[in-house]
Design a binder for this molecule. Structure first.
Ligand SMILES: Nc1nc2c(c(=O)[nH]1)N[C@H]1C(S)=C(S)[C@@H](COP(=O)(O)OP(=O)(O)OC[C@H]3O[C@@H](n4cnc5c(=O)[nH]c(N)nc54)[C@H](O)[C@@H]3O)O[C@H]1N2
Ligand SMILES: Nc1nc2c(c(=O)[nH]1)N[C@H]1C(S)=C(S)[C@@H](COP(=O)(O)OP(=O)(O)OC[C@H]3O[C@@H](n4cnc5c(=O)[nH]c(N)nc54)[C@H](O)[C@@H]3O)O[C@H]1N2
Ligand SMILES: [Mo]
Length: 802
């Protein structure tokens, strides 16, 4: 069927029900600019979505050199034609009037329009001086989960190889560092075990801290279609909020934020107590079961219920559903990754699958989710605190392989420790050892925790800040040089979604003004710096996106993320192909670990693992002793309370997150009329009981305060559990009419400088806050005004009746 819907009012569209084991029907979603008829589209250009990690295949409609709409790709294995609401409308941001079209340089304290030679010479001059005076460790790169594979690989080679700095990370640190880390801890290597097709086969789907309905709407459409068909799956939802997922759940557990490990240990306690365990699988394919048994014995349902403030009977019900599932699919996202004890909690989800022997079969999947469209590539290309090809920094033979690929001496590639994580890079900048930071496709002045501190660090005169973006963001305003980039649809490249599906995205239109692709910018920098390999050849050795892809294929050969069987040609016209794709698996690989074999052998694995409480890395010899045969690793974890908990002064647990209509710091969705209008202003979600107690009515202006700062937001009264408040993190200040004397509205004014000791992912979802009614609201109803998102209670009255 074909559907042209009002995506704002109906973000999930109409149902195409299907039964267990059947094929998900196609439904092709289309949206064209008003006044443009389908027959007026001159070209449809193949691409995939970049406003989430789902990797939905879409075609871009082009007319007279402009984008005029999008259409889902019916043949695509991921979306079978469907399009997310942000993608239906978000392409309009490409043509926004305030795109960056020329480089900017800071002169006499102000950013002024310039040209490429001037801007690049500024950067090259600084780089040369810093390299000669302070060495490679004075330069850092902070990149994204939103560039293309070819760009990350190039950036990784420049940073790790040509410059030789260990200070390379991506905003994936804020996003999927825990996903990668949890996979390394359990399976010895990154790499998503499951497939989206597992939704078609599962009889139980468990979602942990994952509001899939708003953040991967097409995947939720697939789940909704199963729910509407015969033999629907049971849904277990673990989220403190009444999300649309919770509304459809068989069991909804709403733990106090920050208690996920206790909850998981409680579930495992019940699974083991009832012996819902596949002992043959555990025996043959895992190590560590006995430690888990000892640990979870300490978490009987009553204790867990007290810690998480949930009903013991509900926990038991959830455990029974999961424990007796025939085919269990689990998904995990930011409610775990950005909460307290992130990796420890995410690893327990892997443990559930290992003890139940549910891996590598249709319907038995783990999706340690990605968030950003290309986060997978940041990780596998080594642009984010990993090394290219999931290589192990602590294994000298892996470093030697990279040195050979790049034709460098092994010592040129820093590997004295893991690549520096972003929060540590900022600390170095604060202390003054990091002197140049090159930020690409991320907006840290809105997205990092404790913004007053971040602004202070980025604005320091001694830090030379380069920002490469498509708009003049809050971060770009602090830069010394701003480089205008070409956006999605303005450049060709590939990227890989959550379930390892690789798509090609072709250039559909020209970039505006002098804007250039990120790849061209990196290569221009490399040539101006005259980077060379050990035989004097240019480094990187390639000049185009396709050449970069071919070079990456060589780097990936023999590693888990093997791309050697892929090519631009093979990806064209197709449905997306899952890695590993090589001679052995020429059509890609749907599920990993089908044979109970893991990439965990000591000589092959990506990491030797860490202590789940302290984050201390295991020595290679310790790993070898623990897991000589490269089995999956069952790792138990103690629960420890969050660092910042509600107190008498700050009585609320503050969590932050997303709405269906906006993407991150809104640089694109805030410039898209339909999406902006659907959620134009910041709001805060409060429970009816808390609102009544504080005399807060719907739409009232509320102050949310933590020791770091203060934000004003309009109240939205929902069925969120009492004692917890939720603030979307999308709203910075670039589009606010008056900033002077205005109040803050970015959630990260409030969050704290703290991270998971294992994955180093910042804690965005566990803080304590105080609330106060400031006055009646000024504007229209706060929060999403269109669609059926979190349940709202409208009839709560404030004390003064406003
Ligand atoms: N519309 C939209 N879609 C997006 C994005 C976007 O910005 N907008 N961004 C993309 C990206 S990069 C990402 S990473 C993903 C994120 O996707 P999600 O992780 O689904 O989104 P969040 O809203 O950050 O968090 C999910 C849920 O975690 C819950 N939560 C908070 N604290 C806890 C806790 O302690 N325990 C548990 N169990 N749950 C908790 C919150 O109530 C929230 O509903 O979305 C991707 N898709
Ligand atoms: N409080 C709180 N904070 C959070 C989160 C949370 O849940 N709560 N979530 C965290 C997560 S999961 C994430 S992923 C981050 C996201 O945080 P950011 O990465 O800071 O958010 P974006 O707005 O996506 O920033 C991407 C930037 O890249 C630009 N851009 C887009 N395409 C291109 C391109 O092709 N080239 C270049 N050079 N630039 C481009 C965009 O204009 C935008 O400025 O936020 C994190 N921060
Ligand atoms: Mo993310």
């Amino acid at each position: 069927m074909t559907e042209t819907r009002d995506g704002i009012v109906e973000p999930w569209g109409s149902r195409t029900p299907y039964g267990r084991g059947e094929t998900w029907p196609q439904r092709v979603d289309t949206h064209l600019q008003e006044g443009v008829r389908p027959d007026q589209v001159q070209r449809w250009v193949q691409s995939a979505a970049v406003l989430h990690s789902n990797g939905d295949g879409i075609d871009i409609a082009v007319r007279d050199g402009r984008i005029v709409g999008v259409r889902g790709r019916a043949v695509d294995r991921v979306n079978h034609g469907r399009v997310d609401v942000k993608d239906l409308f978000g392409w309009q941001a490409n043509a926004a009037r305030d795109r960056l079209t020329t480089p900017l340089v800071r002169r006499d304290g102000r950013l002024v329009e310039s040209d490429w030679d001037t801007a690049m010479n500024d950067i090259v001059g600084h780089s040369r001086r810093l390299l000669s005076e302070h060495g490679p460790s004075s330069i850092g790169f902070y990149t994204s989960g939103q560039l293309f594979l070819e760009e990350y690989y190039t950036q990784g080679v420049i940073a790790h190889g040509a410059i030789g700095t260990n200070h390379v990370d991506g905003n994936t640190r804020l996003c999927t560092a825990t996903a990668g880390e949890a996979l390394k801890e359990s399976f010895g290597c990154d790499g998503q075990p499951g497939s989206y097709a597992d939704v078609d086969h599962a009889d139980v789907i468990a979602l942990y801290g994952h509001n899939v309905a708003e953040t991967q709407t097409v995947l939720w459409m697939r789940m909704l279609d199963r729910l509407a068909g015969t033999d629907p799956p049971a849904i277990v939802c673990v989220d403190p909020r009444p999300t649309p997922v919770a509304a459809r759940a068989t069991v909804h557990l709403a733990p106090l934020p920050g208690t996920n490990v206790a909850l998981m240990n409680g579930l495992l306690h019940e699974i083991l107590r009832h012996d819902w365990v596949d002992h043959a699988y555990v025996e043959a394919h895992t190590v560590g079961y006995h430690e888990l048994r000892k640990r979870v014995a300490e978490f009987p349902p009553e204790r867990v219920a007290r810690i998480c403030r949930i009903e013991a009977a509900e926990l038991q019900r959830a455990a029974e559903i999961i424990g007796t599932a025939e085919r269990l699919l689990s998904t995990v996202l930011q409610g775990f990754y950005q909460s307290h004890q992130a990796t420890a909690a995410a690893v327990q989800v892997n443990n559930v699958h290992l003890v139940r022997g549910m891996l590598g079969k249709p319907g038995c999947g783990i999706l340690q989710m990605n968030g950003q469209p290309t986060a997978e590539n940041t990780r596998e290309c080594g642009a984010d605190g990993d090394l290219a090809g999931f290589r192990n920094w602590a294994n000298d033979s892996h470093i030697a392989e990279l040195a050979e690929l790049w034709n460098l001496e092994p010592l040129q590639i820093p590997h004295y420790g893991p690549p520096t994580h972003c929060m540590q890079m900022l600390r170095y900048a604060e202390e003054g050892t990091l002197r140049m930071l090159w930020v690409t496709a991320t907006n840290p002045a809105v997205s990092l925790p404790e913004l007053s501190r971040i602004r202070r660090i980025l604005a320091q005169p001694r830090l030379f800040l380069v920002v490469q973006d498509i708009f003049l963001t809050e971060t770009a305003e602090l830069a010394d040089v701003v480089l205008p980039a070409a956006a999605w649809a303005e450049k060709t490249g590939t990227f890989t979604n959550t379930d390892r599906t690789v798509h090609i995205s072709e250039q559909a239109i020209d970039p505006p003004g002098q804007a250039r692709s990120d790849l061209e910018i990196f290569l221009d920098y490399a040539r101006r710096m005259d980077f060379r390999d050990k035989d004097g050849g240019p480094l990187p050795a390639w000049n185009s996106a396709e050449e970069a892809f071919e070079a990456w294929k060589r780097c990936s050969a023999g590693r888990p993320c093997d791309y050697t069987g892929l090519s631009y040609e093979k990806l064209r016209g197709g449905s997306g192909i899952q890695w590993p794709c090589n001679d052995e698996h020429p059509d890609g690989t749907e599920r990993l670990y089908a044979d109970g074999k893991f990439w965990a052998a000591p000589d092959y694995c990506e990491a030797y693992g860490k202590d789940l409480i302290t984050g201390a890395p295991l020595e290679p010899t310790e790993y070898r002793a623990m897991n000589p045969h490269g089995k999956a690793i069952i790792k138990a974890a103690e629960y420890v309370p969050a660092h910042e908990r509600p107190s008498s002064e700050y009585p609320f647990a503050l969590i932050t997150g997303r709405t269906v209509y906006h993407f991150h710091t809104r640089t694109k969705t805030g410039r898209t009329p339909e999406l902006n209008a659907a959620a134009p202003q910041v709001w805060v979600e409060i429970s009816g009981a808390d609102a009544r107690r504080l005399g807060i009515a719907a739409s009232d202006l509320v102050e949310i305060r933590t020791p770091r700062g203060c934000v004003l937001a309009a109240a939205r009264i929902t069925e969120i559990r009492s004692g917890v408040v939720f603030l979307p993190f999308h709203y910075g200040y670039w589009d606010r009419p008056s900033q002077a004397g205005g109040h803050h509205r970015a959630a990260n004014e409030l969050t704290l400088t703290d991270w998971d000791p294992v994955s180093k992912q910042p804690v965005f979802k566990t803080a304590a806050a105080a609330l106060r009614r400031v006055g009646p609201g000024r504007g229209p109803a706060p929060g999403p005004v269109g669609g059926p998102t979190a349940a709202v209670i409208e009839d709560v009255e404030g004390t003064d009746g406003s």
